[in-house]
Design a protein around this ligand. Structure first.
Ligand SMILES: [Cu+2]
Length: 680
């Protein structure tokens, strides 16, 4: 059988309601693409990115076979779908992975109508192109009739290997700030006036920094796999647009040039129609909107990445193009982290930039009652969304998946999650195999969703009927946050526990290697680091060309986002200046014997983002060291360090490239010099 072509069998069975078995066969293979000017190897379903749209009717049985033609394993997860646990497609946790050169058939009864999607749940494959739309039609036809019905699937694209992206973020959480133009440097803070200065200082004092919207500098944003998509629609026609945010980590602002959009469904389920001018979509959400093409024109529907870096367009209609308005870039300097108080300049149009424009779930109201069973007890569970850009650690309750893999619940109880976001970023939180109520004040008509945005430093409450069995994944749908550890399983009591082996086959904590070397006219210095989430080995060295050196090798254990402890050894060789014994006028430089000491210490981030390092050596001597870094402009920064032995150093750097910096530095021992720093 030729599997490279989609083969669709529809077998009509003589059972009530004309339920069918709907069968698809697909290949998953590598594909060369050039979405952003550069040919790169992606992963595609039937040679398509996105993969083909899978359609079925409520009541049908869907049977989809994926043939893995790649030399790595893969998987398919059915996002937002109520199905048997072993068809959910989380490799090792619920379903076997699709091994290389093997196939797997997923089969389940379609219990629901609406717009959903499917994607790989293996590593970073979703970023590489393994995703597609799922459209399940109501058995009795759509309640709201339209002339057209179209899928618009949004995604983000990077020319870099996603594993490199993650490695860069582990090295430096702000790695992509320069590319995105979002370095929160002091020159821009000052330009934004007093509120921005206060905001920056309060972020430094609380050690939370400023708000952040995105981690990654993408090379393109796509709609249906293109930067510009076209839908031919005749004037006066209405269109149901099935919007799917299949991006790995990008929220989109959707704006339509042809007037307001009417949202009729959220995450697949019908809601009371809501007219909106702009719709913000969190990662992994879906919305159905209805638009009308009023004239013989081609109206732009623009999906702008929330960080404002770029957008993709869809022109809908026929005739002259009508463009959607530019959405101004969010002003991170004026976004406050304390309860979303926003500073906006008087008489300034930056109102659009603020958090208040993010999607407001409060208006979403289900068309049917969604109340949970009244005869069940309610279990309240508070979960903190935790993490930091420093070391790119993301977790729930400060524990990554490998440290705390599950949240136990009982069958036949109502589970109420209080999700407290303690970070400066929003997180799209997704629960597999269940719909949950978003407790948004709509009471019995609270909307049911499978993915919910939790804004930075905010709380969202959700509740669901625990009517399943086994283990279901619960995680941040920012792919990079999920892989970093922001994930749990929701495990029903009395299910067979997941083995350690399965957990480790699904989730890893890889080691990353980084180094930098600074060659100056007066000295050479640098460091080499080997690290995973909680452990790091660090080698620091400096050498002054006169045979004086200092080498420190330390092992660090991370405990909280601000606190590490370490143990290590220091090898040092100094020189001293001695006066001539006979005349006492001339001096002589004498190299001392190399010294070796053992050290034990802690590293703690102080307010104002000053890194402190307190240690005691095997000679019984204590030492406190402080250091910090200030971004003066996007490319210039000032670093300083000082310790209680009265050694100090300061440097001014110019970042020509993420891997090459020019530097002028002064060292209390080795004095002035200039040179460059290379980062690997
Ligand atoms: Cu997240």
């Amino acid at each position: 059988m030729n599997h490279s072509k989609k083969i669709l069998f529809i077998i009509t069975l003589s059972i009530p309601l004309c339920a069918k078995i709907v069968e698809y066969n697909f290949d998953i293979n590598y594909k060369k693409v050039s979405f952003a000017g550069k040919p790169v190897t992606a992963m595609a379903i039937d040679n398509c990115i996105p993969g083909p749209t899978i359609e079925a009717h409520e009541g049908d049985t869907l049977r989809v076979t994926f043939h893995n033609k790649m030399n790595v394993e893969t998987s398919i997860h059915w996002h937002g779908i109520l199905l048997p646990n072993d068809q959910d497609g989380v490799p090792y946790i619920t379903t076997p992975p699709i091994k290389k050169h093997k196939f797997f058939t997923y089969e389940f009864k379609v219990k629901q109508a609406g717009t959903y999607w499917y994607h790989s749940h293996t590593g970073l494959q979703e970023q590489l192109g393994i995703y597609g739309a799922l459209v399940f039609h109501p058995r009795k036809g759509e309640k709201i009739k339209t002339d057209n019905d179209q899928v618009l699937l949004f995604s983000d694209w990077t020319n870099e290997k996603p594993s490199r992206v993650l490695a860069h973020l582990k090295m430096d959480g702000d790695y992509y700030a320069l590319k995105k133009g979002t370095v929160l440097s002091w020159d821009k803070v000052i330009k934004n006036g007093l509120p921005a200065i206060k905001n920056k200082l309060s972020g430094a004092i609380t050690r939370m920094g400023l708000m952040d919207i995105s981690d990654i500098g993408y090379d393109a944003f796509l709609t249906n796999g293109k930067q510009t998509e076209y839908l031919k629609v005749q004037p006066d026609e209405t269109v149901r647009l099935r919007l799917i945010n299949a991006a790995a980590s990008t929220y989109f602002n959707i704006e339509f040039a042809g007037g307001p959009m009417t949202i009729v469904a959220a995450d697949g389920l019908d809601i009371i129609p809501q007219k909106v001018k702009r719709l913000r979509m969190a990662v992994a959400e879906t919305y159905d909107v209805i638009i009308k093409i009023s004239e013989k024109k081609s109206y732009e529907l623009r999906a702008t990445a929330e960080d404002g870096t770029d957008y993709s367009s869809t022109f809908i209609g026929i005739g002259k193009k009508v463009f959607a308005p530019n959405i101004p870039r969010p002003n991170l300097f004026l976004m406050r982290h304390d309860k979303h108080k926003n500073h906006t300049k008087k008489n300034h149009t930056q109102k659009h930039d603020t958090i208040k424009h993010m999607t407001d779930y409060a208006k979403l109201r289900s068309v049917t009652k969604t109340s949970l069973p009244e005869n069940q007890t309610t279990k309240k569970i508070e979960i903190q969304l935790t993490g930091t850009m420093d070391g790119y650690r993301w977790s729930f309750d400060n524990k990554i998946f490998l440290e705390q893999s599950n949240i136990e619940i009982n069958k036949e109880e109502n589970v109420h999650f209080i999700l407290n976001n303690k970070t400066m970023m929003h997180h799209p939180i997704h629960l597999h195999g269940h719909f949950f109520q978003v407790l948004n004040g709509q009471g019995d008509y609270a909307p049911l969703k499978h993915t919910v945005d939790i804004p930075a430093m905010d709380t969202v409450e959700i509740a669901f009927d625990a009517n399943e069995n086994h283990h279901w994944l619960f995680h941040c749908h920012n792919l990079y946050h999920m892989l970093a550890g922001m994930m749990r399983t929701i495990s029903y009591k009395h299910s067979t526990p997941l083995t350690e082996k399965k957990i480790k086959l699904f989730s890893h904590d890889p080691w990353y290697y980084f180094s930098d070397m600074t060659t100056l006219s007066q000295m050479i210095l640098g460091e080499i680091r080997l690290l995973n989430t909680r452990n790091s080995f660090e080698l620091e060295y400096d050498y002054n060309y006169k045979h004086e050196y200092d080498i420190e090798l330390r092992y660090f254990r991370n405990f909280t986002k601000f606190f590490d402890a370490y143990i290590g050894a220091e090898f040092e060789r100094d020189a001293c200046i001695k006066k001539c014994v006979c005349c006492s006028k001339t001096t002589k430089r004498i190299l001392k014997k190399p010294e070796k000491i053992f050290v034990l210490g802690i590293r703690y981030m102080l307010p104002l983002l000053i890194q402190s390092d307190l240690r005691v050596s095997s000679k019984g001597r204590g030492r406190l060291a402080l250091r910090s870094k200030l971004h003066l402009t996007a490319r210039n920064f000032f670093e300083w360090s000082w310790n209680t032995d009265n050694e100090y150093r300061f440097a001014l750097s110019f970042e020509a490239h993420k891997h090459l910096l020019f530097m002028v530095a002064y060292d209390s021992d080795f004095k002035w010099g200039a040179g460059l720093r290379v980062r690997f």
